[in-house]
Design a protein around this ligand. Structure first.
Ligand code: ARG
Ligand code: GLU
Length: 738
């Protein structure tokens, strides 16, 4: 059934005749639109190309805006309300006083940093009742996009098909440096140049950042993180995943570092907020900064993800999470200490499980293989194409089989050494500190140490020796048993016997696990400190491990990866050349994108249909008093019981909480606005559904859905729950359906 729907989708999708020429950039040969039913959803499109590529389809799907209203170089447009929030999430401006809306999980670090046991804003929520109470966040910034230019001709000048990866890189680097030197970049501006279509095209983004961004409001976790890890990546969902910030600017509305004199920023554009919501079948659009997708991988690469890489990462995290969970359940203090760490590790663990099973269920590998067969047949039939794209699949197969053991070991190493065993992460930081010293520069040693000490303070604040030791033992055993012998540290070479004795011994003797011991060493003279650190038993293991990794894994991996990247660049160009009747979107790369679809339920399993909207009734249904994930605040229950919903209920008299749609999103789209057909804010993107998490690699329109929190729930919480009506008054509330 999935396959049939996919076929219909490919058939009915707007077909744009669109062809790429690597030298001249993009040329549009013509546009042709089917005005019949659309199942569109796939694609993360460039806002400046909507006019040429998507406007017709979007309007056919119900959009009432023009592409110019979404992205305009000359006048205020929707894009002027969209910010890259801290560089890792998206946010949107929703008032003329610089009020910014994003997810609770995007503001989590800030909310946590202002929290203490007495003032636990994570638990109780935070609301600034007047501007003076809004909280400063050092390091946080929001970034607007001022202008986007196609610079492909400049950056790719002199690049030819017969060059090696190193040659291409060196030409591109030179062109890039020359280009940068011609562009004037003001204070707080930054020129970001990124490759698109795997390096076939380049765009330059002139951006401006505002570094004074203050915390305005956040609901308690029982709303903002309701359902926590159990509900993460899952629908039906009932999370009010939002928080509010405000941009401040200098006297002339210009970007400025924090100062009490700064004033609320007046934006070029802010999003009107709709009280009318949307219904199944309505057009929706998501505007934001999706991080990374790999949609055009060859089948052999997807097979490797499904059979080799995802399973390895899942197993490692599974082991680590089980150990953490055991301790967290036994001790409340540990639970608090590990909540955020656990959530971070569990987030992608859970995503990979969903991704693997989604890729299998949707037969992604076979589908890709069929596309490749079609591609190869066309290439064979045309000598001009054959010259450029002949043997591509054969080369992919060879390279992917060559890289497999390195990619696998690399994932293993990154997960074990880089992520899940904290004392090894500490060893890695110490390793960098030692190299500062050994490069003969005491000043840079001291400067680095000044950054390392506060970093370690933060690590130790949430550190538990018993957990880390147990994870260390378990993951060392796993590594030794699952990674080829040539790649394992010398000390692990004890066949068939657990490393428990060895790891426990070095761990117990190491200073790296103990704050006081480690800080005492760092307090000594650089010479003394370095000498002691180099003799530390955990550090000795780490150094050996890293040396083997760098030489035997990382180096051959990088070499083959560079060749694969070049093949991928060629394949991408080939797809565009060979299938001129299809439209291809460039993989996400943390640049601004628009994705659009419709409010739409789906069938997760045989005979089950998920309706697209959840309600406050469902929040109360999930309520488990005292539970760490599903507890509720009495105030919310009271509002529910009194049906005190104000203007935030829908026609059925209920408050909508979350809804889903066929918008193609990924990590980084958190906090992105969901926008209706007329350009009004209707919700906030924050997740994807379990069955569709493979959409980073393969988008299946029948089951890939994004999850948004309904803006009326956000407003209800701000107004009725928090009593912060002054924030509502700042917004421009509209009734597009009346
Ligand atoms: N899955 C969402 C995303 O990828 C939400 C993650 C935050 N929530 C959590 N329970 N870890 O970022
Ligand atoms: N929660 C994700 C984020 O933080 C968005 C969900 C997704 O990956 O689609 O960006």
């Amino acid at each position: 059934m999935y396959y049939r729907q996919f076929e219909i989708y490919m058939l009915l999708k707007t077909i744009n005749f669109y062809k790429m020429n690597t030298i001249k950039g993009f040329l549009i040969f013509g546009l042709l639109t089917f005005s019949t039913v659309c199942f569109a959803g796939e694609g993360m499109w460039l806002p400046q190309l909507l006019k040429a590529l998507n406007e017709d389809e979007m309007q056919t799907m119900g959009m009432k805006l023009t592409a110019e209203q979404i992205y305009s170089v000359n006048q205020g447009s929707l894009k002027d309300a969209i910010v890259h929030f801290g560089g890792f999430c998206t946010g949107e401006v929703i008032s003329n006083e610089g009020l910014v809306l994003t997810n609770h999980h995007c503001g989590y670090g800030q909310i946590q940093s202002h929290s203490s046991l007495d003032n636990n804003y994570l638990k109780k929520g935070f609301w600034a009742m007047k501007k003076e109470d809004e909280l400063e966040n050092p390091g946080l910034f929001v970034r607007f996009i001022e202008r986007i230019d196609d610079v492909s001709d400049i950056i790719l000048k002199g690049v030819t098909d017969d060059m090696t990866p190193e040659e291409v890189q060196s030409v591109v680097d030179k062109n890039l440096a020359a280009y940068r030197s011609t562009i004037e970049v003001g204070a707080f501006q930054e020129l970001i140049v990124r490759p698109f279509y795997n390096g076939n095209q380049y765009f330059a983004f002139m951006t401006v950042s505002y570094p004074d961004v203050r915390l305005v409001g956040a609901p308690p976790e029982s709303i903002g993180k309701f359902g926590a890890d159990t509900d993460n990546w899952v629908f039906p969902r009932h999370t009010g995943d939002f928080s509010l910030f405000r941009i401040y600017a200098g006297p002339n509305n210009e970007p400025a570092e924090y100062s009490p004199e700064n004033k609320p920023f007046v934006p070029k554009y802010s999003l009107p907020v709709s009280l009318d919501g949307v219904e199944e079948g309505d057009f929706t659009m998501i505007f934001g900064f999706p991080g990374r997708t790999t949609q055009y991988l060859p089948s052999v690469a997807v097979e490797q993800v499904v059979d080799v890489l995802d399973p390895a990462k899942i197993e490692i995290r599974d082991v680590a999470l089980k150990i953490m969970d055991k301790y967290m359940r036994a001790d409340e203090k540990v639970r608090i200490q590990y909540a955020s760490k656990f959530a971070r590790i569990a987030n992608y663990w859970k995503k990979w499980i969903g991704e693997k099973s989604g890729l299998e269920r949707s037969n992604a590998v076979d589908k890709k293989r069929m596309l490749e067969e079609e591609f190869e047949a066309k290439v064979k039939a045309d000598p001009a194409l054959w010259g450029q794209y002949g043997h591509l699949m054969k080369k992919f197969n060879e390279h992917y089989s060559q890289i497999e053991k390195y990619a696998y070991t690399r994932d293993y190493y990154n997960e074990v050494v880089g992520r899940n065993v904290e004392v090894l992460s500490t060893a890695s930081v110490i390793g960098r500190l030692i190299s500062q010293y050994e490069s003969g520069d005491e000043a840079s040693y001291n400067a680095f140490k000044d950054r390392v000490v506060p970093y370690l303070e933060r690590v130790f604040k949430n550190y538990n020796k018993d957990i880390d030791r147990e994870v260390f033992v378990a993951l060392a055993d796993l590594y030794r048993d699952n990674v080829e012998e040539q790649f394992i540290p010398t000390a692990f070479n004890v066949k068939g016997k657990s490393l428990e004795g060895y790891i426990t011994d070095i761990y117990d003797r190491s200073a790296l696990k103990d704050k006081d011991q480690l800080m005492a060493i760092l307090g000594e003279s650089p010479e003394e400190a370095v000498k002691k650190l180099k003799d530390d038993p955990v550090f000795i293991l780490y150094r050996d491990w890293k040396e083997i990794y760098d030489e035997k894994v990382s180096a051959p991996y990088n070499k083959t990866k560079a060749e694969i990247d070049l093949l991928q660049k060629r394949y991408m160009r080939g797809l565009i050349d060979v299938f001129p009747e299809r439209t291809f979107w460039p993989d996400a790369n943390s640049t601004m994108r628009v994705t659009y679809g419709k409010v739409n339920g789906y069938e997760p399993r045989d005979a089950v249909y998920y309706m697209p909207v959840t309600y406050l009734d469902g929040v109360v249904e999930k309520y488990v008093p005292g539970d760490y994930e599903f507890d509720l605040d009495q105030k919310l229950i009271d509002l529910y019981e009194k049906k005190d919903y104000g203007q935030y209920a829908d026609n059925s008299g209920r408050v909508p909480v979350c809804f889903i749609g066929s918008n193609h999103t990924t990590g980084g789209n958190s906090g992105s606005p969901a926008i209706d057909a007329s350009g009004n804010l209707i919700g906030l993107n924050f997740d994807r559904v379990w069955e569709g998490t493979m959409s980073d690699i393969y988008y299946d329109p029948s089951i890939c859905r994004n999850i948004m929190v309904d803006i009326r729930y956000v407003l209800f919480v701000i107004d009725k729950y928090a009593g912060a009506a002054h924030l509502i008054n700042e917004m421009n509330l509209v009734h597009p359906k009346k």
